[in-house]
Design a protein around this ligand. Structure first.
Ligand SMILES: Cc1ncc(COP(=O)(O)O)c(C=O)c1O
Length: 417
């Protein structure tokens, strides 16, 4: 456990002008069934019961000697970093990871005292703050190590770092094949504590594990080399969700899980854990119903022309909220039925054809992503509509949409524990 040594807010604001991880307080309901409608009739629901259940199922699925780190970068892929972090810790996660200083400080300012790893590489100006707030940087170059070492020496307190090795991602990390040169050099930093050694998979979630296994082999070679030099990192880690699911031989001491606890799989072909289901539902309401005549058009660019009399429902959600811009494509759920989107959606509005739903009324709930009765619009379906991956869909819902915390599954959580 680490404790931030100072909570000088003024100083932190100076180095973090962009701390903005929160949700509009007026629309938040915490920890209970949603009892009243949110102020804005377009919102993201985060099911805390399902989140807890997912973490518990994952915890039960992994070997007991493998620790779990919860990756909560980008506001926990849009779900609320603090919510996911607290749940992960309650269920046994040993550490958290983010990808920038703002995200780390948000957690610290909110009272999180567990170890926080910051992925990537840190600008030198951020290093003093890493020490002040007991944040663990990933290190992949000698100059950063040198500067951190000098700062830690000034404090007369060793500072933990995780050494990142690039085994094939060509992003961050010291290249695995230059290990002979840098490993010896790292030994001179007496004020740095080598708390971990890590690498990152480029393709752990595909059926073809050829490259993932090559990366694993390269990682092992680096660990062996460290061992022969008498250096044993206490925590060795390589796996993201895909690696955790499909490559048990690569688990080492810790797995770094981002998307899986949110109930979404990194790809269609990964192993499934029964009961792990999506936590996020994106909802709106029908705000207006327009009865239009044959030949009338709908929306910008007149992309839809009514072939006959139609009932058009208007929802106050658009690409300004992260809804992909579509033209006569995609569906939403109303009364548990798939209902087609018509025309091109705008920044703040999307239109649907309600003609097949004569009972639909203004004020009715609409599910844009998630389940309603027996129908589901999955994150993968949204990703196909947007021409992207599920990760981008989750992260793509903007903070303009209030996040509402609900708990739909108390019984299911109890039975899964
Ligand atoms: C270094 C690192 N580890 C782990 C993860 C978590 O990946 P996933 O969301 O697939 O579990 C990420 C996310 O991109 C990452 O960058």
């Amino acid at each position: 456990m680490v404790t931030p040594r100072s909570r000088n807010t003024r100083e932190i604001q100076r180095v973090t002008p962009n701390v903005n991880m929160g949700q509009p307080a007026s629309a938040q309901r915490v920890g209970a069934q949603l009892t009243s409608a949110p102020l804005r009739p377009a919102w993201v629901e985060v099911d805390l019961g399902q989140l807890r259940k997912n973490f518990r199922l994952i915890h039960a699925d992994k070997p007991s000697d493998v620790a779990m780190l919860s990756v909560v970068k980008d506001n926990a892929y849009g779900h609320g970093a603090l919510t996911v972090a607290r749940c992960a810790i309650d269920v046994g996660a040993k550490a958290l990871a983010v990808s920038n200083l703002d995200e780390a400080l948000h957690l610290r300012h909110s009272g999180i005292v567990e170890p926080i790893l910051i992925f990537g590489t840190r600008p030198f100006a951020e290093l003093p703050c890493c020490l002040e707030y007991s944040l663990i940087p990933c290190v992949d170059d000698l100059e950063t190590a040198e500067r951190l070492n000098a700062l830690a020496a000034g404090n007369r307190r060793r500072h933990p770092v995780h050494l990142e090795i690039d085994t094939g991602m060509s992003r961050y990390g010291i290249r695995w094949d230059t290990r002979q040169q840098w490993m010896a050099a790292f030994q001179r930093f007496e004020w740095l504590e080598l708390a971990g050694v890590m690498s990152h998979f480029a393709m752990s979630d595909e059926l073809d594990k050829h490259f993932a296994l090559l990366q694993l082999d390269r990682f092992r070679q680096c660990l062996d080399r460290l061992n022969t030099m008498g250096i044993r990192a206490p925590v060795r880690h390589l796996c993201n969700s895909g690696g955790f699911l499909d490559l048990p031989e690569a688990h080492f001491d810790l797995v770094r899980l981002g998307i899986l606890p949110l109930g979404v799989y990194p790809s269609k072909v990964c192993r499934r854990i029964p009961g792990v289901s999506p936590v996020m539902t994106v909802k709106s309401k029908i705000m207006r119903i327009q009865n239009i005549q044959k030949g009338d058009s709908v929306g910008y660019g007149m992309r839809y022309r009514a072939p006959s009399k139609r009932r058009i429902g208007v929802m106050p959600i658009g690409y300004g909220d992260g809804f992909p811009r579509v033209r006569n494509q995609g569906e939403v759920l109303i009364h548990g039925q798939r209902t087609p989107i018509v025309g091109a959606n705008a920044m703040d509005a999307t239109m649907v054809d309600l003609t097949g739903l004569p009972d639909a009324r203004e004020g009715d709930d609409v599910v844009i992503q998630g389940r309603q009765k027996d129908e589901v619009i999955s994150v993968d379906e949204m990703a196909a509509l947007k021409g992207t991956v599920s990760y981008e869909v989750l992260c793509g819902w903007r903070l303009r949409l209030p996040r509402i915390e609900v708990d739909h599954s108390t019984q299911a959580v109890e039975s899964s524990s």
